[in-house]
Design a protein around this ligand. Structure first.
Ligand SMILES: C=CC1=C(C)c2cc3[nH]c(cc4nc(cc5[nH]c(cc1n2)c(C)c5CCC(=O)O)C(CCC(=O)O)=C4C)c(C)c3C=C
Ligand SMILES: [Fe+2]
Ligand SMILES: [Fe+2]
Length: 344
């Protein structure tokens, strides 16, 4: 059977204009795995409130980070795709969960090349309803409806794989070389606390008090919070970071429900107030730089830090098209292709 790969990232609006941002946010926020309330409440919240207020401000933010070639997240994902394609004969397609580069188009592209077995690669290190799950579920719905003959295997969250932690640690270390810092903050995209409890397969593990995520549990296979904290722990171990010189936080809170804490903006503020002069920040929930890293962290975060008296604020780029990262994803693809051949 001919094999191929579909890389899937989050997506971006077609342009940073309010109308395109509105269309994109409409699709994104109407996803029941992103805003997980009943349809009537989601419609009221998204179409009645958010889409009437947010697109203008979001468009202004997108304009600040937009590149001549397009959305950074898309351009960077395309570079990753190209880098991987140079290392393999298998067709590598790229799709986005939201926006015009749909998963259906990506699967069609592979099918047009004769592919019958697809390795689906959600470009997220950690599992969440709003990341891996929504991609895998939609891909399966599309497969059933349009490509019933296709076989799809998905790459699981890779947050604790030794090879991934090595590549991430090397990248962080490289960017911090000759840049002394007092505190390294690992900032992850936040989710509402409710999302974590909903995916607690034991129904009793998740306490949300900070203790559960360090107690081994089968619940951690689907615990976004555990998986984020584990990335910090493993990188800190690899880089020999001293306790007290690093911490984790969660960014991009939306709405009034309780989200994961501590919040990144408040953490940056606290560090500045405590007299930290040089800080660095890594964002390992994202594999590609995007609005949330280039604007919210590198611009807004830096501004908060300076207002609090901080001086050097180093934003560490995401893995993007880092050579070691491209090689690592290519290796995972080869492992999949070869193991399937062996068991077939
Ligand atoms: C890294 C994983 C992500 C999770 C988990 C996630 C959850 C989540 N996001 C929102 C709302 C918004 N997110 C927005 C942008 C955005 N989110 C992610 C990733 C995750 N989101 C990325 C990579 C981006 C950037 C996209 C880009 O084009 O660069 C936005 C739009 C921007 C804005 O208006 O601020 C919103 C809104 C919710 C509600 C949520 C809940 C689980
Ligand atoms: Fe988001
Ligand atoms: Fe937990």
């Amino acid at each position: 059977m001919k094999k191929g790969v579909l890389l899937v990232n989050l997506g971006s609006p077609d342009s940073p204009e309010p109308a395109d941002v509105k269309t994109y946010l409409g699709e994104f926020l109407m996803d029941e795995r992103v805003i997980d309330v009943p349809l009537w409440a989601r419609t009221l919240l998204v179409k009645g409130i958010i889409l009437n207020t947010r697109p203008k401000a979001s468009a202004a933010a997108y304009k600040k980070i937009w590149w001549d070639e397009g959305s950074p997240l898309i351009v960077i994902s395309e570079r990753l795709q190209k880098g991987i394609q140079e290392k393999t004969e298998l067709p590598i397609a790229l799709a986005m969960r939201y926006g015009s580069m749909t998963i259906k188009k990506g699967l069609q592209e592979l099918v047009d090349k004769g592919v019958e077995e697809v390795f689906l690669v959600p470009l997220y290190p950690q599992f969440a309803m709003a990341t891996t799950e929504t991609i895998v579920v939609l891909a399966e719905e599309i497969r059933k409806e349009f490509f019933p003959h296709l076989k799809i295997t998905d790459l699981k969250a890779f947050y604790n794989r030794e090879d991934y932690i090595t590549v991430l640690s090397n990248s962080i270390e490289r960017h911090l070389k000759n840049r002394p810092y007092e505190h390294l903050l690992f900032s992850y995209h936040g989710v509402p606390e409710r999302h974590i409890r909903k995916r607690d397969i034991t129904k009793s593990h998740c306490k949300m008090d900070g203790s559960c995520c360090i107690t081994p549990s089968p619940a951690h296979e689907f615990c976004y919070r555990h998986q984020c904290l584990e990335v910090t722990r493993l990188v800190a171990e690899k880089l020999n970071l001293k306790p007290g010189t690093y911490s984790s936080s969660f960014q991009s809170r939306l709405g009034f429900d309780p989200w994961l804490t501590p919040a990144t903006d408040l953490t940056i503020e606290r560090l500045g107030k405590q007299g930290v002069k040089n800080m660095a920040i890594a964002t390992p929930a994202f594999v590609s730089d995007c609005l949330e890293t280039l604007e919210e962290i590198a611009m807004e975060g830096e501004e908060i830090f300076h207002e609090m008296g901080g001086k050097e604020f180093t934003t560490i780029p995401c893995l993007n098209d880092d050579e070691e990262w491209v090689s690592l994803v290519s290796d995972w693809i080869h492992d999949w292709a070869n193991s399937e051949t062996v068991t077939a």
